[in-house]
Ligand binder design. Structure first.
Ligand code: EPU
Length: 337
């Protein structure tokens, strides 16, 4: 039976390094332990929340319930052909270790998602994405535990309802399923995705143009632009990039013709929230222990002892300014608890 701890500090369980506490906490290292913990906590423990590595969460307050921390390790080759390989990876595996393993073995598809903090279990929940690739591009299925019935269900890719930083696990099934494992299909003859930003330009400087080089480039870009959570608390992009209709886009564009944007369809355009936040003058600003990162305005940081509330208050001021200047309500990408 896994040990349920009481009044447990979450500081080492969230990359914002917020010193919130949870009333109860349990770590589970196997499916059996998870099933036992779920059953044992049916009554008397308050609400239940699943937290992997806490790399996309802001604890605004202490948590008055049970945090379940699944930490199951392992990966298994399921199927291999001359052109592809399927690998099932358990939720507690470190994401970037897995990406590195794929790249080292010349299994292509995930290299653009290099150096993203977090564990495999979190990957399908928000369908992580970077540099023109999303996790869904390589996901075949997701195995998850129903926390009410204790049953294990395998979700096909379609059933996961993946979208931009979104899936069924963030909506209808939020806190109803615990991701146990994710099956990826990787290519043994990979084509490179280099159309985002300056990737192709960087690639031109390398004699070998392969997934190892792409990983190297992405890691360099990320290290240059994004704060390392081991050095300065953060949870990556705090907001999503808003998707607006063309009329709205053109209204803004008329006033800011230098605005970067991505055309999504004939009627929809994505605008980088980081650009708008910078335009509102927030880049590099600091209020107490909370701040806006000086190299990427989409990232809020904890300069030391910020409380979750301080980070949250800062995010709300930013949101209000963006609304005032651009008429757009930013939506949080980070989960606020
Ligand atoms: N920009 C600014 N000022 C800033 C930040 C960005 O003007 O302070 C401009 C950039 O110059 C560029 C555009 O905004 O023209 C886009 O910036 P960038 O390429 O840095 O990416 P992003 O849209 O801010 C998204 C993801 C990141 C991902 C990068 C690269 C979201 C919410 N964020 O950020 O994901 O790494 O693209 O693909 O979609 C995360 O989800 O935590 C995350 C870091």
């Amino acid at each position: 039976m896994p040990n349920i701890k009481q009044n447990y500090s979450l500081k080492s369980h969230n990359t914002f390094n917020i010193a919130a506490k949870t009333k109860y906490f349990v770590e589970c290292n196997s499916i059996e332990e998870l099933q036992q913990a779920v059953k044992q906590s049916e009554t008397g423990f308050g609400p239940r929340l699943i937290v992997g590595s806490g790399s996309n969460i802001l604890f605004k307050d202490d948590y008055n319930g049970l945090i379940i921390h699944p930490n199951i390790k392992g990966k298994k080759l399921l199927k291999e052909t001359h052109s592809s390989i399927q690998i099932k990876v358990s939720c507690g595996e470190n994401w970037d270790d897995f990406v590195e393993y794929c790249v080292e073995n010349s299994y292509g598809g995930l290299e653009n998602l290099s150096w993203i903090p977090g564990k495999v279990g979190a990957v399908p929940i928000q369908n992580i994405g970077a540099y023109g690739v999303e996790a869904k591009d390589c996901i075949i299925e997701v195995e998850a535990l129903n926390i009410t019935s204790g049953e294990i269900k395998t979700f096909t890719k379609d059933e996961c309802e993946f979208g931009y930083r979104n899936s069924i696990f963030k909506n209808e099934y939020r806190s109803k399923y615990i991701i146990l494992a994710v099956t990826f299909e990787l290519s043994k003859n990979p084509s490179l995705t280099t159309n985002y930003g300056a990737i192709q330009k960087h690639l031109n400087n390398y004699p070998k143009k392969n997934i190892k080089t792409v990983r190297k480039i992405i890691i360099n870009i990320r290290k240059e632009k994004l704060p390392d959570p081991n050095e300065i608390g953060n949870a990556g992009s705090f907001f999503k990039n808003p998707i607006v209709n063309r009329v709205k886009f053109e209204n803004i564009y008329d006033n800011f013709p230098a605005m970067p944007y991505y055309e999504l369809s004939q009627d929809t355009v994505k605008i980088p929230a980081g650009w708008m936040i910078e335009k509102c003058g927030w880049k590099g600003k600091r209020i107490g222990n909370a701040g806006v990162y000086n190299k990427q305005a989409l990232i809020l940081v904890n300069y030391g002892n910020a409380t979750g509330q301080e980070i949250y208050d800062l995010s709300q001021q930013i949101k209000a300014d963006v609304k005032k200047q651009f008429g757009i309500t930013l939506e949080e990408e980070v989960n606020i608890i």
